[in-house]
Design a protein around this ligand. Structure first.
Ligand code: M6R
Length: 614
């Protein structure tokens, strides 16, 4: 939530900041701003709206300066407007700051600062922080870096900040606690700072991921220094980015979401690469090497995540119980962290997160860790906070996901969970050899089957056109496809603003059936498999109440075809792998409905890609 970008070097900072903000806009897009220091002047430009609005706002203004900071906001304190937009300036006018996170004790700090003569223009916690740093700097007579360090001692909350001081025009100071910051090390002493590597990769592949409690001081002449919370100097560890610029572009598609849906044959394949070895008949998950016995002996697995990642976790529950015979509990990270859960040293907690930065998931991990559990991360973003705080893990390798609605991240998460369940099942001997090989073979065939079903786009678009004006929709699935029903409903509501609910198909009779009338589209995953006949009966129940059925069926199905208003065929596969195929038409139908309704598909209202506040 909120995107931060900063630059110091010998180039003009403004275009670098604007370009960086465009890359980060998926993290928040209600307002944007930049601050630049040039020849002793500190210029701040900010406004409500998108980065493109900011560009229009700065047209014709003085944008010179080789040091600057930029921000794109997802509002927490105060509505999205020009005044609450970042950067925020201290009331003395000397300091300017951008912030991602929440300062929890901002109210008492603000009162105290008011008594000390500071004035405030905005409703934000950020303006309190910049004045606090200014106050400390003046009272203690210290430089910017030390003022930031001392001020942060009084702060409760989460933050990633970058601060500039008009009086020290060659210095940039950054700090992080529970919100990510990456430093890019360019040529000729230039440095970049950002919430993630996407604005950095086009300038340099050399990055340093800041740890919680780190303070980074970047001096145009003296380079980068990192101090920890105890003011001890740390040697920065330089990583080489594997990200490619093309992955951050739309590549000819109208939206990132569509591109990411169509990338799934490749992203699923990438999630399996080097892990699934058909020739040897084995699954190799490097991430569990040191914890293999723990998994094999586990009495219980707890899966934590939020949103789409939680849905992937639900598929994981079915997978681990069926394939590896380990009992699983799936928890919303936000509930788990606050309800004093029973966790012990024998428990394995799997934390799932695309961004690797979700605040609730991070807090759930810390809690489980403090109780001695082994934590396994399933993350997409390399070097993210969750990837670094877990004991072990597996990256999903889906590549950058820019569309706010998760698509390829979900299928990659499910692929990794399938591989994990198969690896453990094989070690435990909970699967017959033939079933294991069948699943392995089928898993390897999934990318080609996704490729094939994506060819149905025209038909899916046709169905989208029929239901684009619906006010409500129901999604039904059973067994492995129940979580897919939840995910299908989430996709529709978050990008098209149509109210949608997912249910286990049989549960419909216990309440939601009351909603069904001739206006209600009901999306049913009715593929051939263990629950097929039961789902067919559920379809009959909907039809008897005149609901409109859009069914996802196995190729060649004739029974459901005779009942449903529309059928979308997907290739046949094993039950545990059906989520990887059946979710794709639901993603596409949501996408097309949202486009037809004129919605901003990649940046839906009120949402942000990476939820770094609780
Ligand atoms: O980055 P994470 O996977 O931890 O994010 C969790 C949710 O915010 C996320 O899955 C969200 O529900 C999706 N973007 C919705 O499509």
């Amino acid at each position: 939530m909120c995107g931060i970008v900063a630059y110091v070097g010998d180039k003009n900072a403004y275009p670098i900041l604007i370009n960086g903000l465009k890359r980060l806009e998926y993290r928040g897009y209600d307002s944007a701003g930049v601050a630049l220091i040039n020849s002793g002047a500190l210029n701040v430009y900010k406004c409500q709206g998108k980065v493109s609005d900011l560009e229009a706002h700065t047209d014709g203004k003085d944008k010179a300066g080789t040091i600057g900071i930029g921000h794109t906001r997802w509002a927490t304190h105060g509505p999205p407007n020009d005044v609450n937009a970042h950067p925020h300036r201290s009331s003395s006018g000397d300091l300017v700051l951008i912030h991602n996170g929440i300062i929890e004790n901002y109210a008492p700090l603000k009162e105290e600062l008011k008594h000390r003569g500071h004035t405030f223009k905005s409703d934000t916690d950020t303006e309190v922080l910049v004045n606090l740093i200014d106050d400390v700097q003046r009272t203690e007579g210290v430089d910017l870096a030390e003022a930031v360090r001392l001020a942060l001692e009084s702060v409760v909350g989460a933050y990633a900040i970058v601060v500039l001081d008009r009086k020290e025009p060659d210095v940039m100071v950054a700090a992080r606690k529970s919100s990510p910051l990456v430093i890019g090390i360019g040529e000729n002493g230039e440095h970049f700072l950002a919430s993630d590597a996407t604005p950095i990769v086009e300038h340099t592949k050399n990055v340093v991921y800041m740890d919680d409690g780190d303070l980074a001081i970047i001096d145009r002449h003296k380079g980068l220094k990192i101090r920890n919370i105890k003011n001890q100097e740390k040697t920065p560890f330089i990583h080489e980015l594997e990200m490619h610029l093309e992955a951050l572009e739309k590549g000819g598609y109208d939206h990132f979401m569509l591109k990411e849906i169509f990338e799934q044959p490749r992203s699923i394949h990438d999630s399996m690469r080097g892990r699934l070895n058909l020739a040897k008949g084995e699954v190799v998950m490097g991430g569990i090497k040191d914890y293999e016995q723990k998994f094999v002996n586990a009495k219980r697995i707890i899966i934590v995540g939020c949103g789409t990642s939680w849905h992937a976790g639900l598929v994981g529950e079915y997978l681990f119980e069926e394939i590896a015979r380990i009992p699983v509990e799936v928890e919303y990270a936000s509930e788990f962290r606050y309800r004093n859960p029973i966790i012990g040293e024998d428990d394995i907690v799997i934390a799932i997160s695309q961004s690797g930065e979700t605040a609730d998931t991070l807090a759930a991990i810390e809690l489980a860790k403090s109780r001695g559990a082994t934590i396994f991360g399933v993350c997409n973003v390399v070097g993210s906070s969750i990837a670094r705080v877990t004991h072990a893990g597996a990256y999903t390798h889906a590549g950058p996901e820019i569309g706010v609605a998760s698509t390829k991240a979900f299928t990659a998460q499910v692929t990794v969970l399938t591989l994990l369940a198969l690896a453990i099942g094989q070690k435990k001997g909970t699967l017959t050899g033939s079933r294991f090989y069948r699943l392995l073979n089928e898993l390897e065939a999934i990318p080609a089957k996704v490729e094939k079903l994506l060819k149905n786009e025209a038909q899916i678009k046709y169905i989208a056109d029929i239901y684009k004006d619906a006010s409500n929709a129901l999604y039904l699935g059973r067994g492995f496809t129940f979580p897919v029903a939840l995910e299908g409903a989430l996709k529709l509501k978050e990008i098209s603003y149509i109210h949608a609910e997912g249910y286990p198909a049989a549960e419909m009779k216990h309440g939601p059936i009351a909603l069904i009338d001739e206006e209600m589209p009901v999306f049913v995953i009715a593929t051939k498999g263990a629950s097929y006949e039961k789902v067919v009966s559920n379809i009959q129940e909907v039809k008897a109440r005149k609901g409109k059925i859009i069914a996802i069926v196995t190729e060649g199905d004739t029974v459901v075809k005779g009942l449903a208003d529309h059928v979308i065929e997907i290739p046949a596969t094993e039950d545990p792998l059906v989520p990887l195929l059946s979710v794709v038409p639901l993603q596409l139908i949501s996408y097309h409905i949202a486009v037809m309704r004129g919605c901003n598909v990649d940046q839906p209202r009120n949402l942000a890609k990476s939820v770094t506040v609780e």
